[in-house]
Design a protein around this ligand. Structure first.
Ligand SMILES: [Zn+2]
Length: 166
């Protein structure tokens, strides 16, 4: 399928001349502050088959990265949550690049048409899906990553199961 909006070819090091031409939109898709600052909101642990809940700890907030560290009470998994929410830097076709907080790190989510179709049956559009997937990447403990939600990718099933548990 042809990309609709941009011919952007991000390099793996996250730097590209294209960046100079991109305007950074206001974070219209960021999570409301109330959803990110409440340490007791108890997200599910993103590690497969773990029934634990993630607990935030204000003392574990990294102001340079803008990330709060969350720890699973059951398995000890450590993940992250952006206090300012995910900020969409650009979208090119089904590829989304997000930033978070003051950090220069980015998370890239590439959706497949299969993923878009599947989540649309849950009433989730592609913009929302990309954002939730980027949040999930942080919860898994990655601060920078390229996630490709192809149907045959292992992470596709992990992410879908996690989504259904919420
Ligand atoms: Zn766990």
């Amino acid at each position: 399928m042809a990309r609709r909006t941009a011919r952007i070819t991000p390099k793996d090091n996250g730097r590209s001349e294209d960046w100079d031409q991109l305007s950074i939109p206001t974070p219209s898709v960021s999570v409301p502050a109330s959803a990110t600052s409440n340490g007791s909101s108890a997200l599910s642990c993103p590690i497969n088959k773990c029934a634990g809940r993630l607990n935030g700890d204000i003392s574990r907030y990294d102001s340079r990265m803008g990330l709060e560290e969350l720890v699973c009470a059951l398995c000890g998994h450590r993940g992250f949550r952006s206090r300012e929410g995910m900020i969409l830097l650009f979208r090119g076709g089904y590829e989304f690049k997000f930033s978070y907080g003051p950090s220069l790190q980015t998370i890239t989510v590439v959706l497949s048409s299969g993923a878009v179709n599947l989540w649309s049956t849950h009433g989730v559009n592609d913009d929302q899906l990309a954002k939730v997937a980027a949040e999930w990447v942080l919860l898994r403990g990655y601060t920078t990553k390229r996630l490709h939600l192809a149907i045959d990718a292992e992470e596709f099933a992990d992410f879908y199961l996690y989504f259904c548990r919420q």
